[in-house]
Design a protein. Structure first.
Ligand code: ATP
Ligand code: MG
Length: 436
């Protein structure tokens, strides 16, 4: 089926096949006919192209087929590529053979349909130009994550998806019946990654992550993809430097490979280029509160996490992502250590994106203090015996280490300026949706 003799729309639009006789295949994106002529816009994975079917230029029965074929019919066309200023993209296919592979039924999606309807028809809506562009960018993002870590000496390491413990708080666990027992879907790869750094030292992973997020927000999915890293011998500063380099590297890859898609999505390419080539400031949680108080007249009580609205207001003062370090220890997960110089804060950080997109990365050093972690888990009502295997990591050659997780959909949403994170993943799972 990968017949080289079929040309791709992108190549046509780049002028490679001008005045040549070509074979093309794809789907009807739009069509209208007037008597002896059918104007189609056809699409393949690479773009859309005008195709003109004129009676007399092809066998009559093929012309009649072209005339009656509805949107989303699949087809093979033969014809000549002509330069034509009136055609979008400057080229059109003048058809002399039209073979409809399947005559589509009336396509249920027309303009201005509600987001919920489009979600019900997601299996068809993923053909849209918008989602085509988003998923191409997503593919670049995930590819860039792999190449960033691999070229920096990290090994890809996989953890189980079915896990016996929580790591990020029991309230967002998905329980799975496991023979006569129960397990949970992975909320993070971290605890297993912490075991693996004693062997591989520097590791990363991109994988599905599950959290039962009980509040509906435009930034939370129940199933999302997290790109995580964990490494031995790192401190908080090292972690933030790697996270900044990673995000800038990903942006540069998207700018290199996805100019067309960014244009389809009306993105400001200059602005993204500026961000990819600039430094990202680092501030502390305390400084964040001061900015909110002095410049936004917003009082956040010390000790409270930053909410979406507060992150957005804070980001009014930055045009690149920023790192916020040293959140209050009290609100952090059990494995985050206190800063010895400021024991009410944790050696942790978030990276926040501009334009109201909020947290895209979260990470920390990991505690090496067994008693402290046990107490924190007990406070949360956990049975610490379940964590005994994890505590072994602090009993046999414990070393300073840390890691972070980047939300793939959060990053894609921000790069593409999506209104809702659901459009950053092909088939979103949320509080209220798990189909199609
Ligand atoms: P938030 O405060 O936004 O719920 P979090 O502190 O729970 O995030 P972490 O546990 O630090 O997030 O997870 C690392 C990264 O994974 C986050 O920075 C974010 O990019 C992403 N992430 C976390 N939860 C979700 C979710 N429900 N849907 C999509 N991405 C998520
Ligand atoms: Mg959360």
């Amino acid at each position: 089926m990968t017949d080289e003799s079929y040309v791709k729309i992108k190549d046509v639009l780049n002028g490679y096949h001008k005045d040549k006789e070509v074979k093309m295949r794809g789907w009807i994106h739009r069509t209208r006919s007037g008597g002896k002529i059918v104007f189609m816009v056809i699409r393949d994975a690479t773009g859309t192209l005008q195709a003109t079917v004129k009676k007399g230029n092809l066998p009559d029965e093929e012309f009649e087929d072209a005339k009656k074929a509805l949107v989303e019919s699949s087809l093979i066309l033969k014809g000549t590529i002509a330069e034509d200023n009136r055609a979008p993209g400057g080229y059109e296919l003048r058809v002399d053979h039209c073979n409809i592979l399947q005559f589509a039924e009336v396509f249920p999606i027309v303009e201005d349909q509600s987001p919920e309807f489009l979600m019900d028809k997601r299996h068809l809506w993923i053909r849209s130009q918008k989602l085509n562009a988003v998923f191409k960018i997503r593919s670049t993002v995930v590819g860039a994550i792999h190449s960033f870590f691999r070229t920096n000496g990290f090994y890809e390491f996989d953890a189980p998806v079915l896990q016996p413990n929580q790591c990020e708080g029991g309230s967002t666990l998905f329980e799975v019946k496991y023979y006569e027992n129960k397990t949970y879907l992975s909320q993070t790869w971290q605890l297993y990654a912490e075991a693996a750094i004693f062997s591989l030292e520097k590791i990363y992973n991109v994988g599905p992550t599950f959290r039962a997020e009980k509040s509906k927000t435009s930034r939370h999915l129940s199933e999302f993809w997290m790109a995580e890293m964990e490494a031995a011998w790192l401190n908080l500063h090292d972690l933030t430097e790697i996270a900044k380099d990673e995000v800038k590297y990903i942006l540069k890859e998207v700018l290199k490979h996805n100019q067309n898609e960014l244009e389809t999505l009306n993105q400001d390419i200059e602005k993204l280029t500026h961000i990819a080539n600039n430094s990202f400031p680092t501030i502390s949680y305390d400084e964040a509160l001061s900015i909110l108080k002095d410049k936004e007249n917003m009082n956040v009580e010390w000790g409270k996490d930053l909410r979406t609205i507060e992150e957005a207001k804070l980001m009014n003062h930055f045009d690149t992502p920023i790192i916020v370090t040293h959140y209050p220890l009290e609100i952090m997960a059990f494995y985050k250590p206190a800063d010895p110089d400021r024991p009410d804060t944790a050696l942790c950080f978030d990276m926040l994106a501009p334009d109201g997109y909020g947290e895209i990365v979260g990470g920390s050093e990991r505690s090496t203090d067994l008693e402290y972690m046990k107490n924190r888990l007990r406070e949360q009502g956990e049975n610490i015996e379940n964590y005994d295997w994890y505590f072994d990591l602090r009993r046999f050659g414990s070393v300073p280490h840390g890691g972070y997780g980047l939300g793939v959909e959060r990053l894609v949403s921000w790069i593409c300026k999506l209104e809702n994170i659901k459009d950053a993943i092909p088939f979103p799972r949320t509080l209220t949706r798990f189909s199609p």
